[in-house]
Design a protein around this ligand. Structure first.
Ligand SMILES: Cc1cc2nc3c(=O)[nH]c(=O)nc-3n(C[C@H](O)[C@H](O)[C@H](O)COP(=O)(O)OP(=O)(O)OC[C@H]3O[C@@H](n4cnc5c(N)ncnc54)[C@H](O)[C@@H]3O)c2cc1C
Ligand SMILES: Cc1cc2nc3c(=O)[nH]c(=O)nc-3n(C[C@H](O)[C@H](O)[C@H](O)COP(=O)(O)O)c2cc1C
Length: 640
């Protein structure tokens, strides 16, 4: 099975046990001074144990002013080297080849992060960071070139098998290469040969400071996906120059900060979306090529390898969702793999505010250092779980693993609660794979899930459990103050997504949060006219940047009309009266309410009054997102 993926591969005399590679991902797990922590080590060690052939760590800053995130690792001075020696030993002990990605982020950082004006080839600010930048002098360019080499030397001293120069995603190496960010007129700007000079010098400096069998890789965005940026054709011209400068592999990715949705493609992007770019690069070089980008299933990776489009496949977020995916796939246990859904809430959503990266589906990720895989309950209990949403199911898994006797009750015919409804709109279907994963685990743990059974206080009394976990979720908020809200053509987003109500030929959705926008997108995808009315200045602001851009693009494709700073004054038969920035009266044969939700916890109140031992988790405690519900279920299940 998966013979392509599970075949060995040798780079520079180092043999990888298979062709799965962990893609570099900033997780903010190191100390503020860039030194190693147990949290950083345990996080990577778990992936090495999980069977990945090669691990490329997040980017080590080559200089303090090259940091883009607060707790990235650093090898910018000799004193940091020793702190990574134990790290490299532990990863090697698990059989993975280990590469340190190294970078300088140039203008894609902020003065608050590095304490000085960010450096760049030219004085143009990054469109995302929008901060003044300093045009580097020739002397400063030479300093960075030396810093790359010194950083690589330290990586070798620390025990890494190689380094990967981060020449992708619009960081300093890419800034020099691209006409999008380099307007210099000296020997580092203008013609392509000048724009790549900085990268060539960095590679040569690295090579001169490491031994011959040390691996030197290069990550490159095949296409920057911004107007005026580097294209695939440019990249194909450039790669042979990098090969001559001394690199050992090419890692083909996409995008820059101006194209975050290409840098880190969300659920709106198809799987293996830039495998063909890797294949094009393979045609211009003899070097091994790594492909990355929305490989969330080992079987897809195997097929791309089988087609010869790449030599190795890198898994970023898929390795956060399930660090043991290679081992499970090798054993044919696909039903046990947690599939990345491309939501970006835990990973990108974790690091952007400078916290640790996480995965909403896997509470272990980045918490391996203080979270044992299993805990055993001192006194096994009889546990009744009410609600088979993500919170209830996660609590059931952990409680059963801890040794409790668990039963789950769900009033509907199906599991997943509101999260399952979230899987209905276009491109969000993979959410359902997580619910299926939870059900698979419960089946293996022999935990019954009783569907179509609404739990009442009488049933609780009859079952006489030691603990009742109330995970009854949330219900839609209804803005009672809007005249006409009770009319028969007014329904909720939940009703539409559950199939209880259809969208009309002309639908008005009240509320432009992500639920309102996704529901509007869903209705509009079957060629219906839909308008979203939002009182705030913008819509879907509760989404992460990449998925938000892609959602808005999809809504535009489906001709969804968006009205902001507008409220609904009244709903009438056949129309909706608006006020605010738009004060039209819109024709509407269906009105969909999507203005938030409120906890559904009346059962909990009744049970507490009865004196039962009740624990309330997830949206039933406070309406939020699935990550919070899953985490609460996880923590409660192992602490009963
Ligand atoms: C349309 C939509 C899209 C969403 N998309 C996302 C997303 O993309 N990412 C994200 O992180 N979050 C998303 N959310 C939010 C996320 O779905 C919720 O935060 C999460 O589902 C809450 O989980 P829960 O288990 O606490 O409750 P719920 O998911 O609400 O599950 C509660 C379950 O309890 C059952 N129940 C209730 N009362 C009883 C009873 N008395 N007896 C038996 N069963 C009972 C219900 O039928 C339900 O199945 C979305 C929400 C909606 C509505
Ligand atoms: C949280 C997070 C941090 C990332 N940090 C880096 C990084 O340090 N260096 C890098 O080259 N790419 C980084 N990336 C991009 C990934 O390496 C990868 O190219 C991208 O996530 C697409 O691959 P995937 O679909 O397998 O996740 C990061 C992505 C995520 C989600």
């Amino acid at each position: 099975m998966l013979d392509n993926l599970f075949s060995t591969f040798t780079i520079k005399g180092k043999t990888l046990r298979n062709r799965s590679v962990v893609a570099p991902m900033v997780m903010n797990l190191c100390n503020l001074d860039g030194t190693c922590t147990e949290r950083f080590t345990a996080y990577h060690e778990t992936k090495a144990k999980g069977g990945f052939g090669m691990i490329i760590t997040e980017d080590f800053a080559v200089m303090p002013n090259g940091k883009g995130f607060i707790q990235v690792p650093g090898l910018w001075e000799d004193s940091q080297t020793d702190t990574f020696k134990e790290f490299t030993k532990r990863i090697h002990a698990q059989g993975a080849v280990l590469i340190a990605q190294i970078y300088h982020c140039g203008r894609q950082t902020s003065i608050q992060m590095i304490g000085e004006v960010p450096w760049a080839p030219s004085a143009d600010p990054c469109p995302l960071m929008q901060e003044p930048v300093h045009e580097m002098t020739i002397d400063e360019i030479k300093q960075v070139v030396e810093a790359f080499g010194d950083c690589a030397r330290r990586a070798e001293e620390a025990g890494f098998d190689g380094v990967e120069l981060h020449g992708a995603h619009g960081y300093l190496l890419a800034q020099f290469m691209s006409p999008y960010s380099n307007q210099r007129t000296d020997e580092y700007g203008g013609a392509m040969e000048n724009r790549i000079r900085f990268a060539e010098e960095c590679i040569r400096n690295v090579r001169s400071k490491v031994t011959d069998d040390f691996i030197v890789g290069y990550r490159i965005s095949a296409d920057e996906h911004v107007s005026g940026g580097r294209t695939l054709e440019d990249t194909k011209t450039i790669v042979p120059y990098l090969e001559r400068a001394g690199i050992d592999y090419v890692h083909v990715t996409a995008g820059c900060y101006g194209a975050i949705d290409a840098l880190c493609p969300s659920m709106y992007t198809k799987h293996a979306w830039i495998a063909d770019d890797a294949m094009e690069v393979k045609q211009v070089t003899k070097l091994p090529v790594i492909s990355v980008g929305r490989y969330n299933d080992m079987r897809i990776a195997d097929q791309v390898l089988g087609c010869g489009k790449a030599d190795l496949i890198a898994f970023g977020r898929a390795s956060l969702a399930d660090p043991a995916a290679p081992n499970k796939a090798k054993e044919g246990r696909f039903e046990d793999i947690i599939t990345c859904i491309g939501c970006e809430q835990g990973c990108i959503g974790g690091i952007l505010p400078q916290g640790p990266g996480q995965c909403i589906l896997n509470p272990f990720t980045a918490n391996e250092y203080n979270t044992p895989y299993e805990v055993k309950a001192e006194t096994p209990k009889k546990v009744m779980i009410v609600g088979a949403g993500p919170a209830g199911l996660e609590a059931a898994i952990e409680a059963a693993k801890s040794g409790h006797t668990v039963e789950v009750y769900e009033k509907r015919r199906w599991a997943g609660g509101q999260f399952r409804l979230g899987a209905v709109p276009p491109s969000k279907g993979e959410i359902a794979s997580f619910i299926q994963w939870q059900l698979n685990q419960l089946k293996k743990l022999n935990v019954p899930v009783c569907f179509e059974t609404e739990v009442t206080k009488d049933l609780v009394v009859e079952k006489a459990s030691d603990v009742v976990v109330v995970a009854t979720g949330a219900e839609p908020l209804i803005p009672a103050s809007i005249p006409g809200i009770d009319l028969p053509h007014v329904v909720t987003a939940h009703d539409v997504l559950e199939g209880k109500a259809l969208g009309g030929n002309r639908t008005v959705v009240i509320g432009g949060g992500s639920v309102g926008c996704e529901t509007a997108n869903y209705i509009a995808s079957s060629h219906k006219a839909v308008t979203v009315v939002e009182m705030l200045e913008d819509v879907a602001t509760d989404e992460q940047t990449g998925p938000r851009w892609q959602l808005l693009e999809d809504m535009e494709k489906h001709h969804v009309r968006i009205l902001t700073e507008t409220t609904v004054k009244e709903i009438k038969e056949g129309c909706v009266v608006l006020e605010g920035a738009c004060n039209e009266t819109l024709k509407a044969d269906k009105v969909v309410i999507a203005v938030g939700s409120k906890p559904q916890n009346s059962l909990a109140e009744e049970l507490i009054a009865l004196g039962c031992n009740v624990k309330v988790i997830g949206d039933a405690a406070k309406a939020g997102l699935a990550g919070k519900a899953i985490r609460e279920g996880f923590e409660l299940g192992r602490s009963l």
